[in-house]
Ligand binder design. Structure first.
Ligand code: PMV
Length: 312
């Protein structure tokens, strides 16, 4: 058996602005992971792949999935890139604890886990940079114009300061950060939300550029605060980022109500994370407030609340 995994992620600052060349900060969520397990099938004909992905009700030979199937295309892209032409048959089992279409990087995590398991099976050592770049190519199949932040943080598994076209910078937090991740329960496909922002940006470019510039300032300030361990300072920056995300048109009443409940219960700050219009809200809190803020988020309609942290 060849087994590999990759974490989910939250975006702390800069989603959407990052698509337009501004910096953003993301943190891996080690407690929620995607896993891929490969088992060799000695009895089957060579070159056949059996895919088992029970989370998305797939149990089929890869050639029976149809040419448009994204999982099939992803596996094919990996095999082509690794220049694998003939191979012993295998079963590829994929599972994930990361909710789909909720801003937690589930597609990037599944693809990185799959790539890592295939690399083990084919005895290839792939650098993190290579894994991230190949996962970016796969992510493009899923949502057209990804910025590249998801594949980067999910591959490096460290807090990342990311700007399109530049090498990612790992941020070493000067102190621990405790987050609650609260699910609105509303699935929100990233591609659709990103396209909506693009349409609005095309109509009012200078207004949207000004919003992206302000978000950029917050990401720069936040990077310094995280490295210095000045965690409470991040709270107001998150709240300001949320105001700007609302102005971009990617918030929703459900998100606003979760953000408000966390803020009113003593969180340092809260905002949506990922594409928005659904998905998840993140709250940065003092660890002693986990119980109180979790209850407040549940009372405000959160379907699930997870705790996670990023430590030095
Ligand atoms: O919804 P997610 O987790 O895929 O995050 C999307 C982040 C965006 O900035 C909205 C898009 C991107 O490609 O960076």
């Amino acid at each position: 058996m060849y087994s590999a995994s990759a974490p989910g992620k939250i975006i702390l600052f800069g989603e959407h602005a990052v698509v337009y060349g501004r910096p953003a900060i993301a943190v891996p969520v080690h407690d929620l992971r995607a896993q891929a397990v490969i088992t060799r099938l000695d009895d089957a004909e060579p070159n056949s792949i059996l895919i088992e992905a029970s989370d998305i009700q797939i149990s089929a030979r890869i050639e029976d999935l149809g040419e448009e199937d994204l999982l099939r295309q992803s596996v094919q892209l990996i095999l082509d890139t690794l220049e694998v032409n003939t191979f012993p048959s295998f079963e590829l089992r994929i599972s994930s604890e990361i909710p789909i279409a909720s801003g937690l990087g589930s597609s990037a995590a599944v693809n990185v886990a799959m790539l890592r398991a295939l690399a083990l099976f084919f005895e290839r050592e792939l650098s993190l940079e290579f894994q991230s770049k190949l996962t970016y190519q796969i992510e493009r199949l899923y949502h057209g114009t990804p910025s590249g932040i998801d594949n980067t943080v999910v591959t490096y598994e460290k807090p990342i300061f990311f700007r399109r076209g530049e090498d990612p910078q790992v941020i070493e937090p000067g102190d621990s950060m405790t987050f609650l991740i609260a699910d609105t329960g509303i699935a929100s496909p990233t591609g659709e939300v990103v396209s909506g922002v693009r349409e609005r940006w095309m109509e009012e470019e200078s207004y949207y550029e000004a919003l992206f510039d302000q978000i950029s300032e917050l990401s720069l300030l936040a990077k310094r605060a995280i490295s210095a361990g000045h965690i409470p300072v991040l709270g107001p920056l998150m709240n300001q980022n949320q105001v700007l995300l609302k102005a971009l048109g990617v918030s929703s009443p459900e998100i606003e109500s979760l953000v408000r409940s966390a803020q009113e219960t003593g969180a340092f700050g809260a905002k949506l994370s990922g594409a928005g219009q659904g998905g998840n809200v993140i709250a940065l809190i003092e660890p002693s407030l986990v119980g109180a803020v979790t209850r407040a988020l549940q009372d405000a309609g959160a379907k699930h609340v997870f705790r996670t942290s990023a430590s030095p």
